[in-house]
Design a protein around this ligand. Structure first.
Ligand code: ADP
Ligand code: MG
Length: 657
């Protein structure tokens, strides 16, 4: 409570308002008015974030719509400085931007365009239980409202539902008092796209590269959505292409009914009231997933209620007994086909495409449930430096490979966590997110990665976490962090632990192999000397080559034999490490994809990853440091690129964390 300085008493103190007067002041608040005042709740708290939120909402919708219609998405994002008649300032100084997102989705029918873009809480996804990026029906319309508040410009929409259909062009704004659309322009136009939607918003914003930028967001979208082709025209004039690496759509998630476990009491009451079933048993079996007639009868028996009771008459104590009986009855976990996980292969491809490293792995957990909502957790790891960096080190010291633990010397940097919910990157409020907490709580030291108490693991590492669910419990409407439910955190930790175990195995094996390899090199140096000395002793009558071969054979055997080569990636695949890629100077091993524009490089073909247990072919050890061209045939990158180091060329390159 704030204290108010006492005013000197005035002549006539104003009478306090009566209840009637106070009552007269009560008024309904429209959602639009509410969110105009509270735009920070929707992710529009500062101009930089607002720019990102607008791009994010439009891209989310484009991808959702195309996927739902069974179309492989192609999305073009354009950011331009909006000059408003004056000469345009450089992008880094500009405060006004025009955001345009074009998709090849199903398009929107004419009469739906105004409410979709100019009415809050209007959408097709809220009332169903199915995984999608948007859920509240408040995304693109909120972006439109932000445009309206900050620049006064209406949202411009162009949409066409097929090559034979007309293209409709609209300019709309929200009437915030009524939360209804106001149409400024509506006409048919010519459009060179056979189908799809284009949205243009003019907003107050700031463009800055780096963490939590539009650039980073789109990069991360490409990681988690390898089936999407994305083109990004950045405001500074450069264009980045993120071509798809997986040519098929993810499986369509199915719509499901709620699962009875963990459903709130109030929700159960509402469902009892609203159901069309005439009997309680019928209601239980019909309105919930995984409740068979037998299970419904069992629940009724446990609750001491008749299966024939009218659902509407079940309230008070009876409803409470029913609620308890539901929780006490064994019911199958909900079907997971309402969720479409990214999948281990796609995560691997995505990480490999965008992030340079030596080791990649991915885990998709089986579906689990929180509050009756099924969800799937997926995790991935990209660890280490890119092969060209490793090769550079090896080249400098060809005879003696890296010293023990050498590649961990510069591990003072902390791991980076990239978080996703229903395939959408989350860039803000990291520390409030269940995924981040789970990363902190995982004991990374067990897997050979340094970690201070309560901190992120240290090292050249990117940790990927994805939660897919029919309803992601965000901490706010701006959808930035996942709420910390125990069930969710536990699943994330299990996924991370599996990734960690694989990483630990890779690191330990490689460490051992490196030390064996080093020993072998030393032996080989001595073998030369020993052979020469023996030759001299024998007065030159020695089959030197034969002796040398014999000694080398012994040295090879004593230093782990061909297995050492295999572990160092000179042969074979990442044995015993499922869903993993290991990158060495000789190229990637495992399920590495072919990256577009990398013809002739050392990349294995996509689908036919080398079988995990191939017999090692006769030694084909390559000269160390003779790295084959890497996937991105660009200029060599600096040993430790800085945070700001971003590709300047057209095709986005795999980047360091
Ligand atoms: N590019 C698009 N193509 C087709 N339909 C779209 C597109 N953008 C939005 N929609 C439709 O408009 C609805 C409202 O979008 P939005 O306000 O972002 O809410 P949400 O995505 O949370 O449902 C969506 O549910 C979808 O049905
Ligand atoms: Mg949306």
């Amino acid at each position: 409570m704030s204290t108010v300085l006492a005013k000197p008493p005035t002549a006539e103190p104003k009478a306090a308002p009566s209840a009637a007067e106070m009552g007269a002041r009560q008024r309904e608040i429209s959602v639009s008015e509410f969110f105009t005042k509270n735009r920070h709740l929707l992710g529009f708290d500062n101009p930089r974030k607002a720019l990102l939120t607008c791009v994010k909402e439009a891209v989310d919708n484009a991808l959702d719509a195309a996927e739902e219609a069974g179309i492989l998405p192609e999305v073009v994002v354009t950011l331009e400085v909006a000059a408003n008649g004056e000469p345009a300032p450089p992008a880094s100084q500009a405060t006004r931007f025009r955001v345009t997102v074009i998709d090849n989705g199903p398009g929107i029918v004419r009469q739906q365009i105004p409410p979709i873009f100019a009415k809050l809480l209007y959408g097709s996804k809220f009332h169903r239980l199915r995984m999608s990026r948007g859920q509240q029906g408040i995304g693109i319309s909120a972006a439109g409202m932000y445009a309206q508040i900050t620049t006064g410009k209406p949202v411009q929409i162009t949409s066409r539902t097929g090559a034979r259909a007309a293209t409709h062009y609209f300019e709309v704004q929200i009437d915030t008092k009524k939360n209804e659309p106001r149409i400024f322009e509506s006409k048919k136009i010519d459009w060179d796209h056979p189908r799809g939607t284009q949205v243009t918003l003019e907003i107050e914003g700031r463009y800055q590269k780096g963490r939590a930028s539009v650039d980073e967001f789109l990069e991360q979208v490409a990681i988690a959505n390898p089936h999407v082709t994305l083109v990004y025209h950045a405001p500074e004039g450069e264009t980045r292409h993120y071509p798809r690496t997986i040519q098929e759509l993810p499986p369509q998630p199915r719509e499901i009914k709620p699962h009875p476990y963990g459903i709130e009491f109030g929700v159960l009451l509402r469902m009892l009231h609203d159901t069309r079933s005439h009997s309680l048993a019928g209601f239980l079996a019909g309105d919930f997933s995984r409740v068979s007639t037998a299970v419904a009868q069992e629940i009724c028996r446990t609750a001491k209620l008749s299966g024939n009771a009218r659902p509407r008459n079940v309230h008070g104590d009876a409803a409470e007994a029913l609620y308890k009986a539901i929780q006490a009855t064994k019911i199958m976990a909900p079907p997971s086909n309402c969720i479409s996980p990214i999948g281990e292969k796609a995560i691997l491809h995505g990480l490999y495409k965008q992030i340079k490293g030596e080791f990649y792995t991915a885990v998709t957990r089986p579906a689990a449930v929180y509050r009756g909502n099924p969800f799937v957790i997926e995790a991935g790891l990209a660890y280490g430096k890119g092969p060209d960096q490793v090769a550079a080190v090896t080249k400098d010291a060809p005879a003696v490979p890296l010293a023990e633990g050498e590649d961990r010397e510069d591990d003072s940097e902390l791991a980076r966590v990239i978080r996703y919910a229903n395939r959408v990157p989350l860039l803000y409020q990291q520390s409030a997110c269940a995924t981040f907490k789970a990363v902190l709580e995982t004991a990374w030291r067990n897997y050979g990665v340094a970690q201070s108490r309560g901190a992120l693991p240290a090292g050249p590492m990117v940790v990927f976490v994805h939660m897919g669910s029919v309803w992601v419990p965000f901490t706010s409407e701006s959808k930035e962090a996942i709420a910390d439910y125990d069930e969710i955190r536990k699943e994330i930790k299990l996924a991370l632990q599996e990734c960690g175990r694989r990483l630990g195995m890779f690191l330990r094996r490689r460490e051992r192999a490196k030390s064996e390899f080093r020993r072998r090199n030393i032996f080989e140096l001595y073998i030369e000397e020993v052979v020469e000395a023996c030759g001299r002793l024998k007065g030159g009558k020695l089959a030197k080559e034969k002796l040398k071969m014999q000694l080398q054979k012994i040295a090879l055997k004593r230093t782990g034999g061909p297995k050492t080569d295999a572990i160092l990636g000179h042969e074979g695949g990442p044995e015993g490490l499922p869903h993993s890629i290991i990158v060495t100077a000789d190229g990637p091993e495992g399920e590495a994809p072919v990256l577009p524009g990398a013809e002739g490089s050392a990349v294995a073909p996509p689908e036919e990853a080398r079988p995990e247990k191939t017999k090692p072919t006769p030694a084909r050890r390559k000269a160390k440091g003779k790295a084959k061209p890497t996937r991105s045939a660009g200029p060599p990158r600096p040993a430790r690129p800085t945070k700001a180091a971003k590709p300047k060329t057209k095709a986005p390159k795999r980047r360091k964390r």
